[in-house]
Ligand binder design. Structure first.
Ligand code: HEC
Length: 144
């Protein structure tokens, strides 16, 4: 699996910079999450080989899976936590091969999804223990 190229034209159009989606829904703001730049880079590579065929190379242009960035994603995930996103991906994705990647890879892909939704990396990694991610809410209500 590692390093294998998916034979899919969509996977060839790499996103050259982390395109950040900056429009959380009304009354919501982005949370700050611990994840590293290295995880984002690893996650991008793994996402492009394992997930982009269905979810799209921008995370918001998939034709065989729901958008993983932008308003559709916000609406669905605003009350959920990073633990939910990590465990959903790990335990359900890919649909035909759930939990087929190492937990570290699902954590890295989760970091990439958070990055593509406008969050900034820091120096603490996103952990593979769902308990540690359970109170990191994906979107929180805006103060104003
Ligand atoms: C063969 C196509 C396919 C592949 C490959 C795939 N997915 Fe999915 N994904 C789907 C479909 C279809 C759904 C919606 C149904 C469901 O949730 O099972 C979905 C749902 C999801 C959701 C929930 C989104 C939401 O808002 O409901 C997440 C998160 C997700 N996928 C992440 C991933 C990740 C991460 C990978 C790569 C490791 C991946 N998917 C690979 C087809 C795919």
């Amino acid at each position: 699996m590692e390093g294998r190229k998916v034979d899919d034209p969509a996977a060839c159009h790499h996103v050259h910079r982390a395109e950040r989606v900056e429009f959380p829904g009304p009354g919501l703001r982005r949370h700050g999450f611990p994840f590293t730049d290295e995880q984002v880079n690893d996650g991008k590579r793994s996402y492009n080989s394992a997930c982009s065929t269905c979810h799209g190379n921008t995370l918001a242009n998939g034709t065989m899976g729901p958008h993983l960035a932008g308003q559709v994603f916000d609406a669905k995930w605003k009350d959920k936590t990073v633990a939910d996103l990590f465990t959903y991906s790990r335990d359900h994705m890919t649909p035909s091969r759930p939990h087929s990647l190492p937990d570290e890879t699902y954590a890295a892909i989760t970091a990439y999804i958070l990055r593509m939704n406008g969050n900034e990396p820091g120096d603490q990694p996103l952990l593979t223990d769902p308990d540690a991610l359970a109170n990191q809410q994906i979107l929180v209500p805006s103060a104003d």
